[in-house]
Design a protein around this ligand. Structure first.
Ligand code: FES
Length: 101
């Protein structure tokens, strides 16, 4: 499967991924600037991504804890998510996310 990252300068990276991968790990493998400081413990929001609105409904809803952390993320939008909380499934093939400014 493929996921796409859109960088701050508009560069698009198509990344090969496997069902079960965490989006954060795929991003870091492909040199995307997501720090993921807390390594998925929901205490940093440095893994914030903005999901393409066309793809947002394909994702399972965020947990209350993820929503709380997103409230603290810079430049959060209605389609913001935390990449450490997104586990890829076959239904997410072609997912496109933007790296926030
Ligand atoms: S890596 Fe810290 S909240 Fe996702």
């Amino acid at each position: 499967m493929i996921v796409r990252f859109i960088a701050r300068d508009g560069t698009i990276t198509s990344a090969a991924a496997t069902v079960g991968d965490r989006l954060l790990d795929v991003a870091q493998t492909h040199d995307q600037p997501l720090e993921g400081t807390c390594e998925g413990q929901l205490s940093c929001a440095t893994c914030h991504v903005i999901v393409d609105p066309a793809d947002f409904a394909r994702l399972p809803p965020a947990s209350a804890d993820e929503e709380d952390m997103l409230d603290l993320a810079h430049n959060a939008t209605r389609t913001s998510r935390l990449a450490c909380q997104i586990h890829l499934t076959g239904a997410l093939d072609g997912l496109t996310v933007r790296i926030p400014g």
